[in-house]
Design a protein around this ligand. Structure first.
Ligand code: FES
Length: 162
């Protein structure tokens, strides 16, 4: 038995080549349409920067014993409770913006970057920091929580009395 090999005629080869190019054309049109849709969506979506609210809920006053200094690392604030009342400080060093740390053994706030030191009330004690730590607007919400606005500073020694 002899096996008969069939070779496609020139017309059949041309048809398959045509189909191939048709499919490639349709695929490239699909890619172009998807790209156009992506650019259109990006163009029509609002060009805004979504930032977290500057207002922080620090919780109930009972959570802070008298003579305590509590650092909230996420919002970079200190919540301080002294006999005169509550206040909050910006925990970012005024020199080059490092996060400071409360040192309870020394009773100071210290910056690990270049050695600035601040009192518990944020006053500069030593180091290259040009300004004291800012006091932040602090109030009690209707629900009885301590609220801090990181975007609003107040004069030092304006205690929140409860
Ligand atoms: S950033 Fe705090 S001392 Fe330089």
């Amino acid at each position: 038995m002899s096996e008969k090999q069939t070779t496609p005629s020139p017309g059949e080869q041309e048809i398959s080549r045509r189909e191939l190019f048709t499919k490639l054309g349709v695929a490239s049109l699909g890619v172009a349409a998807a790209g156009m849709l992506a650019f259109t969506y990006r163009f029509l979506s609002p060009n805004v920067l979504y930032e977290a609210s500057p207002v922080v809920n620090a919780g109930k006053p009972e959570s802070y014993p008298v003579d305590s200094v509590t650092l909230d690392v996420n919002s970079a604030i200190y919540l301080v409770h002294v006999p005169e009342g509550f206040f909050s400080l910006n925990a970012i060093c005024t020199h080059l913006g490092c996060m400071t740390a409360w040192k309870p053994e020394a009773g100071i706030i210290a910056c690990p970057c270049h050695g600035s030191r601040f009192s518990r009330e944020g006053q500069k004690l030593a180091g290259p920091a040009p300004k004291p730590l800012s006091w932040l607007k602090t109030w009690i919400s209707d629900d009885g929580d301590i609220m801090v606005d990181r975007s609003a500073t107040i004069q030092p020694f304006e205690f929140l009395r409860i």
